[in-house]
Design a protein around this ligand. Structure first.
Ligand code: NAI
Ligand code: MG
Length: 464
């Protein structure tokens, strides 16, 4: 695979300060496909300086001109969609169709939405005798995960640029090639030098240096709860703004009046997509007791379509594979009933997990409480709606969820009682403009749409 042997800083590819490298591995065949430089504090410092220097000019650029640059960026991402999809398949293992439609397709939509928002957002408002200015926060340190390599980058960088902020990105070490392609796209779109900068590197080195840097005004992080806590503490010590998107354990609540077959089929598809490496996946299916065995049978049938190496890709790396297999073993140890899949490797090569369904899962089990991040579904039983709500709300997380009922109003009434940031009603479509983010330990802040843009702004009030 094509890789840059440098960092994208101040509008150019520059040699890294040190000599360390990251091996990029294709998780489908375990082969090394490229090397990229592993940056350190010196590279981060150079990138932050470039972003600081570019900030006044970009902040003062009229929103219509920022919108035009974002529209150009959207255009480049659209034109290079095929190459992006191939790169995501190579470094993440995503099946080609998913890579094309979601991994390469969604960022085009999100970049386009911010091109429009940059042009239409009210950066000034009247409040009584005041004019309130919504001004860019400054330099953003963006730290992204590997699960949706380009979407996670665009969901931070596009609103930051729309707001008038400048950015230093530290992408996940597993998927740096997609991030390098994004830097190429920024360059091609004609963004001024220093407005966007890329430092590849390891989390505890480059990521930490970025979060700690005094020249960074806002740290936006997506990833594990453990690292999110650290970033939150670092940001607190430096009195920086912070946004954290830390995953979930979302509930798919099937009410008695629902179309059970449809709810189960869509629920299984939701969990298996991207090999279960989706923070908003509905990994707990809640079914009324009197339809429980019927639902378990439907789930077993539905999951059979998800064949590893075909419709389901591998997990991103060997560590995630061991982690997910460990959760499956814990599920068995704690007495859940295995309906499909299990801990054994379905293929000889590649970091594949067999799509797994557990029945007889009780709310206190580890697999019902912790984020597994693999193709593993737990089916739980409830007696009445109050119990369903207690189970749905009974984790430390609150990122997403689903409710199914005979009519939308009934499902929406239940959704109002859920402690979570997004709920799909009877299979409602994904909306790239709807705020995305968590209640409770799923995080702090929101991404996407106008709410996502507001994260990168601060207010100044002028009284007249
Ligand atoms: P991670 O939290 O280690 O990685 C996310 C990003 O943080 C990467 O760019 C990484 O380099 C960076 N990072 C790591 N340590 C850092 C530090 N000390 N300071 C600054 N940056 C640091 O996630 P990991 O280990 O790849 O995945 C572990 C689990 O995290 C998954 O099993 C899943 O449960 C969760 N996760 C959640 C995601 C989400 O979308 N919310 C995405 C990826 C993982
Ligand atoms: Mg990691």
């Amino acid at each position: 695979m094509k890789a840059h042997d440098g960092m994208y800083i101040d509008g150019d590819w520059r040699p890294a300060a040190g000599t360390g490298t990251i091996e990029v591995v294709n998780p489908a065949d375990e082969q090394v496909i490229a090397h990229v430089p592993a940056g350190g504090a010196e590279d981060v410092d150079a990138a932050v300086r470039a972003a600081r220097a570019a900030f006044p000019g970009w902040a003062a650029t009229p929103p219509a001109e920022r919108a035009a640059r974002l529209a150009a960026l959207r255009g480049v991402l659209a034109a290079r969609q095929g190459e992006i999809a191939e790169t995501v398949t190579a470094e993440l293992g995503a099946p080609p169709q998913l890579a094309q439609a979601v991994h390469a397709g969604l960022p085009v939509v999100v970049a386009g939405s911010y091109a429009e928002l940059a042009a239409s957002y009210a950066f000034e408002e009247k409040v009584g005798n005041s004019t309130v200015l919504h001004e860019p926060l400054g330099v953003v340190g963006a730290i992204t995960p590997w699960n949706y390599p380009l979407h996670q980058v665009v969901a931070k960088v596009a609103p930051a640029l729309a707001a008038g902020c400048t950015v230093v990105l530290k992408p996940a070490e597993d998927t740096p090639l997609t991030a390098q392609l994004f830097a190429e796209a920024v360059h091609e779109a004609g963004l001024p030098a220093g407005v966007f900068n890329l430092v590849t590197g390891f989390g505890p080195v480059a990521g930490q240096a970025l979060a700690e840097h005094e020249g960074v005004d806002l740290v936006s992080f997506t990833g594990s709860t453990a690292v999110g806590r650290k970033i939150g503490a670092i940001a607190g010590a430096g009195v920086k703004r912070v946004a954290l998107e830390l995953g979930g354990k979302s509930a798919n609540v099937i009410l008695p009046s629902a179309d059970l077959a449809k709810a189960v089929a869509v629920g299984v598809a939701n969990v298996m997509a991207n090999s279960g490496q989706t923070c908003s996946a509905w990994t707990r299916m809640l079914v009324p007791a009197d339809r429980y065995e019927e639902a378990v049978g439907l789930a077993a049938t539905a999951v059979a379509k998800y064949v590893p190496g075909e419709r389901v890709g591998p997990l991103v790396n060997a560590r995630q594979l061991e982690r997910v297999r460990g959760y499956i073993r814990t599920g068995l140890d704690e007495g859940a009933r295995l309906v499909a899949g299990g801990p054994d490797a379905p293929l000889e090569t590649g970091y594949y997990v067999a799509p797994t369904v557990f029945a007889d899962v009780t709310p206190g089990m580890t697999i019902a409480q912790e984020e597994i991040f693999g193709p593993v579904l737990s089916i739980l039983k409830y007696e009445d709606e109050d119990e369903a709500l207690r189970i749905a709300n009974g984790t430390v997380y609150g990122l997403a969820g689903a409710v199914w009922a005979g009519d939308e109003a009934e499902a929406a009434a239940f959704a109002r009682r859920m402690d979570t940031g997004q709920v799909d009603i009877n299979g409602g479509r994904f909306n790239p403009l709807a705020p995305f983010g968590g209640y409770k330990q799923s995080g702090v802040g929101r991404e996407l749409g106008a709410h996502g843009l507001a994260e990168y702004l601060q207010t100044k009030s002028l009284q007249f």
